[in-house]
Design a protein around this ligand. Sequence first.
Ligand code: GH3
Ligand code: MG
Ligand code: MG
Ligand code: MG
Ligand code: MG
Length: 302
Amino acid sequence: MKILLVEDSATLRHAMSQYIVDAGHTPLVAESGEQALQLLEDNPVDMIIMDVEMPGLNGFETTALIREWLGDHWIPIVFVTGMSEDEDYRQGIEAGGDDYLIKPVSKMIITAKIRAMERIADMRDQLNRLNSELEAISQLDSLTQIYNRRTFNEQALKQWLLASRQNTCISALMIDVDHFKLYNDHYGHPAGDACLKEVTAAIEQCLNRPYDLLGRYGGEEFVVLLPETNKEGIANISQRIRRSLADRQVAHDVSPTSDTVTVSIGGACCLQTTGHTLEGLIKAADRALYRAKHSGRDQFSI
Ligand code: GH3
Ligand code: MG
Ligand code: MG
Ligand code: MG
Ligand code: MG
C-alpha cells in the first residue's frame, strides 16, 4: 500500500515512515495538512496516517477536506495524536477518521493497525468488483446475453436524443418468432431456449454498427433500434435477418407456415424526431409487426 503520513514533527515523521517501510509499504510524507492535500492531487494513496495538532490546517480539518474531495471513494484514515480526551476522539471520528491512536504509538501497533485497515480496504475492493459485476448482469437478459427491456429503453432514449440533436432519422424493428408456442410444445422448453439463442445470433450477425441496439423485449420478441437508418435500410436489414435465420435451418416440424424457424418483422422509420416520441416509434413498429403476422408471417412489414 502507498500510505500518506501527515506529521509536523520531524522526529516522528522519520520514525513512523521507517515503521511503514518495515511493514512492507511505501510512505508518502507531508509536513502539514496543506501539503497533504497538495500531494493527494497527483498521488493516489491507499491509506492515510494523520497527526492532529499541526500549524495551519489541523488533522481534523484536513481529514474533513479529504473526505469531501474523495467523495464515494473510501480510504482508511487513522489519527495518531497526543490529544487524548474522549471529546477529541469523538471529533476525529466525526471528521471522517476511521480510528484514533494516542501517542506514543509503538511500531507493533502501527503495523497491526495498517494490517487491519488493509483488510477493510480489500473488502471494499471486493464489494466494488461485485457491484460492477451485478450491474453488468442486471443490464442483460440472462438467456440471450443481450440488453433486457429496461436497458434497451435507457440506451434507446440516448440514441433518440442524439438523433434529435443531430436532426437525423432513426428506425426501429420489432421481431417476433413465428409459432413459437407450437415450437415449445413440440420440442420442449429447453429446446425453445436454444432456439431463442439461435434467433439472437441471427439478428446480431446483421447488426454491424456499434450504435445499433438490440434488446429482448419480451418472451420471443426482440427489438432493434437503428440510428441513421431509413426505410430502405430497415427493409434491407430485415431481409438479411430473415436470411441469416433461414441459413441456420432450425427445424420447426409443427409450424403451419414453414419447415424451419422464421420470424415476422415490423419496421418503423422516423425521418425527424420533432413532434414524435421513441415510444411512438416502437409502437409503430409493433403495429407493422402485427400486419406482418396477419399477412402470413415470415415476412417484413412497414
Ligand atoms: P405467433 O406466430 O403469432 O407469434 O405465435 P407464437 O406461438 O409465437 O406466439 P405466442 O405469443 O402465442 O407464444 C409465445 C410463446 O413463447 C409462449 C411462451 O411459452 C414462449 N416463451 C416466452 N419466453 C420464452 C423463453 O424464455 N423460453 C422459451 N422456451 N419459451 C418462451
Ligand atoms: Mg503535531
Ligand atoms: Mg404472439
Ligand atoms: Mg411469436
Ligand atoms: Mg410474441
